[in-house]
Write a protein that binds this ligand. Structure first.
Ligand code: ACM
Length: 535
């Protein structure tokens, strides 16, 4: 029970905050801002609608952030923004403080149920001279909105307008919401293992560009990377090596949970993939009864595909799969569970269909929605399961005809592990080269009708990369383009316009210490270059 006196003080605080947010505080100082143009900011992904009012908002040591406090997640979004402002500018912006005597400008992050675009990730940003108001119906929408705000805080302060340093934010209005509900990246931690810290760094950059899913490909022929408490040899034996033969590694369930929570704080869902019935050599080496290819399984350090399969006829195999899915589902709060299902080249077709049908039921039993690579559409699966298009156009047509939703990852456009060109240091080329423009210039709806598309995902297979620098070389800049394809409607996407906005991501990528591939198609801007222009 809330006591009456505390209700009174709650009203007093709410009144103070509402007063700050609803009435324009009279600026105690007048700043003559240089003309700004919000429309020309280098935002990625490009928002739905931008209107410029050509004035400035002064972000400085007199700025404070206020958020809705009675709605879960909004205060955390405010704190996240304050933290990012501090690392970009050095300014400590207080969040939800009571004393307001020194405050000149306010960033309000508020729940609103009356937006034109009342979708879970929609937001509106109004930037006036002394108040920024960010409205969304959810904390997730507010989180997407603060990424936009982070992108328009200039790299450098203006030191000539007042006695203190001011970061001038252009004024105007942004109305925004994503085209697709699913905007994913996939990381293969099975061919080479990536440490928790590497995965977190990848998540940090993905969240800046409004991705909302990280799919972890946790198991393959070369390695099993997630602890299963009821089957410990999976990681003891199956996790012990990787491509090339170095000792691999795995996530304990606590480490996996740490990744899930870190992603959740950035409004990113983790989708776990246990690939089966093929790509299962590491599991079969650990527990040979699982094996269905008639050979004695041995640890594998190469990069061939398609030689392994579970034995699809044994009840004990399904009991094992039940344990694995139960344990992984229990530590995965998101609604999806990916069962792989690709390249099961040594599984008979009828056995493959029988297997996928049975595994789909196990996934559903543990309350998850199944995703599988496009081959799974050939089984008798439910229209609520999801097919991930990578190669098989016929498979994807079957999925569409069954009413399934599709995640678009066409290899020839969206595979981050393809080389950029013949000079690329890492990457494969079985589907050709994917330079930065090819990665950007395509539309998911040219493959299947828009209404069947749940979203897009950019897979990064790790046969040729073994550390975070190599990961970043293949992922960036192409992943930034996939972020825009997932978020921004086709009419608002244009390579010539995008490549200028991409060039201006240089200082952010530098600040994040991202070792991106400096594509020669892009006239990259650097922080040092910008400082020279200023002098
Ligand atoms: C895949 O690239 N095997 C899905």
């Amino acid at each position: 029970m809330i006591k009456l006196s505390s209700v009174g003080s709650l009203f007093a605080i709410l009144f103070t905050i509402t007063t700050i947010s609803c009435t324009q505080p009279k600026p105690k100082r007048v700043i003559n801002f240089p003309e700004t143009n919000l429309v020309e900011e280098n935002l990625i992904p490009k928002p739905l609608e931008i209107i410029s009012t050509n004035d400035g908002f002064a972000l400085d040591k007199y700025t404070a952030i206020y958020t809705s406090k009675d709605v879960e997640g909004f205060e955390e979004v405010g704190n996240f923004l304050a933290d990012k402002i501090k690392s970009k500018t050095g300014i400590e912006v207080p969040v939800n403080i009571d004393t307001i005597t020194t405050i000149e400008t306010v960033i309000n992050i508020r729940k609103s149920d009356t937006l034109d675009q009342n979708l879970p990730e929609a937001y509106q940003l109004h930037i006036a001279q002394d108040t920024i108001t960010l409205h969304s119906s959810t904390a997730t929408g507010a989180f997407r909105g603060i990424q936009t705000l982070r992108q328009i805080i200039p790299e450098m302060s203006n030191d000539t307008l007042t006695k203190n340093k001011v970061w001038v934010i252009p004024t105007g209005k942004i109305i925004d919401s994503p085209q697709f509900e699913y905007r994913g990246a996939m990381l293969d931690v099975a061919r080479h293992f990536f440490a928790v810290e590497d995965v977190k760094k990848y998540i940090d950059v993905l969240s800046y560009y409004k991705f909302n899913v990280l799919h972890l490909h946790l198991t393959d022929d070369q390695g099993w990377r997630i602890e299963i408490k009821s089957w410990p040899k999976l990681t003891e034996i199956g996790g012990s090596t990787e491509v090339g033969g170095k000792s691999g590694g795995f996530y304990t369930q606590e480490e996996y949970t740490d990744i899930v929570n870190y992603a959740a704080a950035r409004h990113i869902l983790i989708v776990p993939e246990i690939d089966m019935p093929g790509h299962t050599n590491a599991a079969s080496v650990s527990y040979p009864f699982l094996n269905g290819n008639g050979k004695t399984p041995k640890l594998y350090k190469g990069t061939r595909v398609g030689f392994s399969t579970f034995d699809t006829k044994k009840d004990t195999v399904y009991a094992f799969i039940d344990d694995v899915i139960r344990e992984v589902a229990a530590i995965t709060p998101g609604p999806y569970f990916h069962i792989g299902g690709d390249e099961s080249l040594v599984t008979k077709k009828k056995d493959y269909i029988y297997f996928v049908n049975k595994v789909e039921k196990i996934v559903q039993k543990y309350g998850k929605r199944m995703i599988g690579w496009d081959e799974v559409a050939n089984a008798d699966i439910s229209s609520s399961s999801i097919s991930q298009h990578w190669r098989g156009k016929k498979n994807t047509q079957v999925a569409v005809s069954k009413g399934m939703k599709i995640i678009m990852s066409p290899a020839e456009k969206a595979y981050l592990d393809m080389k950029y060109d013949s000079l690329s240091k890492y990457g494969l080329d079985w589907v050709g080269h994917i330079p930065t423009d090819t990665a950007y210039i395509w539309t998911p709806e040219s493959y299947v009708p828009l209404k069947s598309i749940m979203g897009i995902e950019a897979p990064l297979w790790s046969e040729t990369i073994s550390d975070i620098d190599e990961l970043e070389y293949l992922a960036f800049p192409r992943a930034i383009g996939y972020a825009e394809i997932g978020w921004t409607v086709q009419e608002n996407r244009n390579w010539e316009d995008y490549k200028v906005r991409l060039a201006n991501q240089g200082p952010f990528l530098e600040r994040m210490n991202v070792k991106y591939y400096p594509s020669p198609l892009i006239d990259w801007k650097t922080k040092q270059g910008m400082q020279k222009i200023k002098k």
